[in-house]
Design a protein around this ligand. Structure first.
Ligand code: F6R
Length: 366
């Protein structure tokens, strides 16, 4: 059942190229010029009437939602707020009829997410679900569904479900952009072409898993480490940090790289591992200066960099290189080495990778 892999998590990490392909599937036109989300009942007029979007989810699905916010704002220019589901209901969110609430849930059974969905519907919002389980409670109650075709996810630590949620957001962002005319035809075609490259690019990353293993074994000797990044890299940093804590039990913090000097820099001392994500072209220079700040305090920096960015490679102690893609799509690549890092760190510490302590795969209590 683990198809020759030692753990479900490793199997599921390796299933990501297929999960990307299946989730894109027939939703991209054969000539690569359009996205077609036939499953959505929203009319173009209803889409034009959306004045704001709320994305609500828990844990890893929430981190996918952070990427979703960026994608929708960039491609469709609609303002988006993100909330963790356990907070959403209690802050009296402003939900109107022209609010689209997107709930994201692998299982479709998370109690807080379901409660947020019900609250949004009670307030008259339209609710769209991104879920991996057809027929789940969330899928049954939402007005619209984008199913992620990741297949069953058994390991408690979510991997292929998260990346498939990213693909769903890319498709939905493009769908909005096509309807609203916020991206040119050329821009849409370019994004679709880059999207179609992702599965092969993930395969290339997976071929380098051994390189990550060595780094992970070294990191497993530490009790504290940091992830830093800006923009989309910050969203990925949060997910990398959650994954590491969840299965290796190593404490880590994810920080927006520019925010370090407002307090957290005090924790950087000799030898502290810092994983610096620097995949965003426009933010590269700023991120490099943040890397220099931690280097000056003795940090041991692993950079996650895009192929060809030699400038970054000069400022870090070691680098893991990911293939080149559009900045907006880079989370779908950059998270993969972080998943592997957590996996191998957990293994090095002798933990039960697939069933970490205190956690359940599906959280059905609030
Ligand atoms: C982390 C993890 C959890 C889930 C969260 C939401 O690896 O798996 O953080 O992402 O409990 O679960 P779903 O997506 O089923 O609503």
């Amino acid at each position: 059942e683990k198809a020759g892999f030692d753990h479900f998590m490793l199997k599921e990490i390796h299933e990501q190229p297929k999960a990307y392909r299946d989730t894109m599937g027939s939703r991209i036109s054969i000539n690569g010029s359009r996205v077609t989300l036939n499953e959505l009942s929203m009319t173009p007029e209803e889409i034009r009437n959306i004045s704001r979007v709320h994305i609500v989810a828990c844990g890893t699905a929430y981190h996918a939602g952070m990427v979703g916010k960026y994608v929708i704002e960039k491609l469709a220019r609609i303002p988006v707020e993100t909330d963790v589901a356990s907070e959403y209901r209690y802050r009296s969110p402003i939900i109107t009829k022209d609010t689209l609430v997107i709930v994201v849930s692998q299982s479709g059974e998370t109690a807080d997410t379901l409660a947020a969905l019900r609250e949004a519907k009670r307030c008259g919002a339209r609710v769209m679900a991104i879920t991996n389980v057809v027929g789940s409670s969330v899928a049954r109650e939402a007005d619209d569904i984008i199913t992620t075709w990741a297949g069953p996810e058994i390991a408690v630590a979510s991997t292929k479900a998260y990346t498939s949620q990213l693909i769903a957001f890319y498709l939905f962002g493009l769908h909005l952009a096509q309807t609203l005319g916020t991206q040119s035809i050329t821009e849409i075609e370019e994004t679709i072409a880059a999207l179609k490259e992702l599965p092969t690019q993930v395969e290339a990353i997976l071929e380098q898993a051994e390189a990550i293993k060595g780094v992970a074994e070294e990191m497993a000797k530490h009790d504290n480490l940091f992830f830093i990044g800006r923009g989309l890299d910050y969203a990925v940093a949060l997910e990398g940090s959650l994954k590491l804590k969840e299965i290796s039990y190593i404490h880590s913090e994810a920080y927006a790289a520019g925010e370090l000097k407002h307090g957290t820099l005090a924790l950087i001392e000799d030898g502290v591992p810092v994983i610096a994500l620097a995949t965003q072209h426009e933010l590269l220079e700023k991120t490099v200066s943040n890397i220099k700040e931690v280097k000056a305090r003795g940090a041991n920096v692993l950079g996650i960099a895009v192929e060809g960015e030699m400038e970054l490679q000069k400022s870090v102690d070691s680098t893991f290189v990911i293939p080149k893609t559009l900045d907006v799509l880079s989370p779908a690549l950059a998270v993969v080495p972080l998943q592997l890092l957590s996996y191998y760190a957990s293994l090095a510490r002798g933990n039960d990778v697939d069933k970490p302590r205190n956690l359940a795969k599906s959280v059905t209590v609030e």
